[in-house]
Design a protein around this ligand. Structure first.
Ligand SMILES: [Fe+2]
Length: 341
């Protein structure tokens, strides 16, 4: 090794030692700073896109713990004011409503609220919508003609649909749809529909398994969210090539648009940075991640249009539902009673 190389390797070694010591100091100090901690129940890929763009713009570091809506919502409620979380992001509103009801959210800054139209956030301003997804009936084009499609999601409880459709009852995505049905039609109608589902529907583990079963012709149609179809169409079409989407429209419970939420924990010690994160996610730059990225979920804020592949939100004739009223506990009780959970 030349003396020059040798000297460089020694300098490199010294630098590595200094870096290690700095790292140890950071870790051993009581105010260790890993940046913001998100409890993330949104799709990991989407949240990663948001985090990368946010950190690039602000220099603020963000880490996250991944889990489901109900799982992380329950965890926050169990942890209470000792939770290490600064921000909670979900796929659907019921888990947000549950954490709000437990009194664990701080008020969202006006700077964020001002970017989000009123129909995409609760009137309380305890959290905000950050994205949206619509309920669809994915159907097999070789099995059903347009004339044979159900007019309403409520039709699926009828005996004529027995064995012909499927859905994933264990997923918070699907449970949010049932929560909207409960809010719109009341308990007797929802319980009757769930009983019809128990006797008439094929049960799948998630949205992807449901779409695959429709595509393979195991069932004629299935209830899922739109973006699973669009993602597959943009990639291999492996689980959607034989299928099309039916939008119920007419303010039908099956036209429910579910709002993905973002909130800040009252117990957070980094509320300023957490507020900055929510302001960023609902800003033009944050919402353009939805317009241009690979999530195919809908933007809800800052006037950013949907990905051009999607049917625009304002053409879906979704029913008006107050997202704070969606009751996940009541829904899981009814679904358990119906034998679906
Ligand atoms: Fe999802």
């Amino acid at each position: 090794m030349s003396p020059r190389r040798n000297r460089w390797s020694r300098i490199t070694a010294v630098l590595a030692t200094v870096a290690l010591a700095a790292g140890l100091t950071a870790c051993s100090s009581s105010e260790e700073d890993d940046g913001l901690l998100i409890y993330n129940a949104q799709h990991e890929s989407l949240t990663k896109e948001w985090i990368d763009a946010f950190t690039k713009e602000t220099g603020i570091k963000v880490t996250y713990r991944q889990g489901g809506d109900t799982e992380l919502g329950n965890q926050l409620i169990a942890e209470g004011s000792s939770s290490p979380a600064d921000v909670f992001l979900t796929e659907n509103s019921p888990a947000m409503a549950a954490v709000e009801k437990a009194g664990l959210f701080a008020d969202v800054d006006q700077a964020t609220i001002a970017q989000v139209p009123a129909q995409f956030r609760p009137a309380t301003s305890k959290w905000t919508g950050v994205a949206a997804r619509t309920t669809v009936f994915a159907y097999n084009k070789t099995k059903l003609t347009e004339a044979q499609l159900p007019k309403s999601i409520m039709d699926l409880e009828q005996p004529e649909w027995k064995g012909r459709w499927g859905a994933p009852p264990v997923k918070p995505d699907f449970q949010a749809i049932v929560a909207a049905m409960l809010e719109l039609t009341g308990e007797p109608a929802t319980s009757a529909w769930l009983a019809g589902m128990k006797s008439g529907a094929e049960i799948y583990s998630d949205n992807i398994a449901t779409l695959r079963a429709v595509n393979d012709g195991q069932v004629e149609g299935g209830i899922i969210y739109h973006y699973y179809w669009f993602r597959d169409q943009a990639e291999t079409k492996e689980i959607s090539g034989n299928t099309a989407l039916h939008y119920f429209r007419n303010e039908d419970p099956g036209a429910f648009v579910s709002i993905s939420g973002g909130g800040i924990l009252e117990s957070s010690k980094k509320k300023d940075d957490a507020q900055k994160f929510l302001t960023f996610v609902t800003s033009k730059a944050g919402q353009e991640v939805l317009e241009n990225g690979t999530s195919f979920e809908y933007p809800v804020a800052s006037g950013v249009p949907a990905n051009p592949a999607l049917v625009p939100l304002d053409q879906l004739q979704a029913p008006a539902v107050n997202p704070s009223n969606l009751d996940s506990q009541k829904v899981t009780d009814l679904m358990t009673k119906a034998g679906l959970l």
